[in-house]
Design a protein around this ligand. Structure first.
Ligand code: OGA
Ligand code: NI
Length: 364
């Protein structure tokens, strides 16, 4: 039987562990000391002042060419130096962002039994889940999630989306459309910044919005009795094109790798966090890099975040764009479909940047 049909062990909801009143973490959630959050942050007290770049998109939408160029230049350096940035004045209604956040908080506050209806399996990951990867005995992360396909339309199955709160399905559609639109804008900017035609990256990912892939993962990080021993989400890079993250404004948690440090992102009000995924690293022949990130948890507050993954059409071959391959800079990655690529993370769960690194060695 295909090992992606079922989970290797019975699924335990992190929410249930919390509700059972445990004071100590089960061993499955205790990370080895070098992966625990404290070890690196304590060594770097100065990092408290650092944040990922914050960029206003306002000037992209107005007429002035020099202001537009300056914004594009900030995005260009954020992409190559950080792989992560926050955007404000992005054109998405803050009211919509708030409603979406509140609705998903409400969903995750429902009793576990009400959500079991949507329990997922690793063949598509769609639905209510509590682990990534299917390796028996693997260490687990301190989070539950909900995963769904928004695009292409052929994979959109509204009946698998939450029906409570009852605004949920229409809200997901409204929000998803806004996210896909904003990703389209960013794809244009990234293309131009790479010296390509503005529609180049979007075409390389599949073309029209209805042909690309867009998935939403809503992460729920319940408060944790021993947050220093575990992670809400282990270190990983996102496998797809780009990610738009709506963070929980009140509860920090996302950390981005910068050299040997982990920088805790401080969300500014009404912002989205944008990050480069592995497929843009491949297409750009590593001019832009996907950057490792992870999530820490705390003992005080639940945290909810929404990650919209803007991905290639799943059966399309992705390889370094020929415009970005030269004699001096040969193609660094082999050609592969996103379906093939994604299998690795679906089997192994989050493991840093080990997948892209291993592909690189195939080339040398
Ligand atoms: C993700 C992710 C970060 C967060 O879902 O891939 O990195 O803050 N989430 O929840
Ligand atoms: Ni991620």
């Amino acid at each position: 039987m295909n090992c992606l049909q079922t989970w290797p062990e019975p699924i335990v909801r992190v929410q249930s562990l919390v509700e059972s009143g445990i004071r100590k973490l089960p061993n499955r959630y205790i990370k080895p000391p070098n992966q625990r959050p404290q070890t690196t942050t304590l060594l770097n007290p100065l990092q408290e002042d650092i944040n990922i770049p914050v960029i206003s998109l306002q000037d992209l939408f107005t007429g002035d060419e020099s202001l537009r160029k300056a914004t594009m230049a900030s995005i260009s350096s954020a992409c190559s130096e950080w792989g992560f940035f926050q955007v404000v004045n992005h054109g998405v209604d803050p009211e919509l962002m708030k409603r979406v956040r509140d609705t998903w908080h409400e969903f995750f506050e429902l009793p576990v039994e009400a959500k079991q209806l949507y329990a997922n399996s690793p063949d598509t990951y769609e639905g209510y889940g509590s682990r990534l990867g299917v390796e028996k005995g693997a260490l687990l992360d301190w989070s539950d999630y909900f995963f769904l396909h928004f695009m292409p339309l052929s994979l959109r199955k509204q009946e698998k989306w939450p029906s409570i709160p009852n605004s949920c399905r229409t809200l997901i559609t409204e929000y998803g459309n806004e996210m896909v639109r904003l990703c389209g804008t960013l794809m244009k900017i990234l293309s131009l910044n790479l010296g390509l035609e503005e529609d180049h990256l979007q075409k390389a990912l599949g073309g029209e919005n209805n042909d690309i892939g867009a998935c939403l993962r809503v992460n729920f990080y319940p408060k944790c009795p021993q947050p220093d021993l575990t992670l809400g989400l282990s270190s990983h890079s996102d496998p797809g094109g780009i990610t738009l993250l709506l963070p929980d404004e009140n509860v920090p948690g996302l950390q981005v790798r910068r050299g040997n440090n982990w920088i805790t992102v401080k969300p500014v009000p009404n912002s989205f966090i944008v990050n480069i995924g592995d497929q843009i690293q491949v297409l750009s022949n590593a001019i832009y890099k996907s950057v490792e990130h992870r999530v820490i948890v705390n003992s005080e507050k639940d945290r909810v975040s929404l990650a919209l993954f803007f991905n290639p059409k799943s059966d399309l071959i992705i390889e370094p764009l020929k415009q970005l391959v030269t004699k001096g800079r040969p193609a660094m990655y082999p050609a592969m479909t996103f379906n093939e690529y994604r299998l690795y993370v679906r089997m192994k769960g989050p493991c840093g940047k080990s997948q892209l690194e291993s592909l690189k060695s195939l080339r040398s």
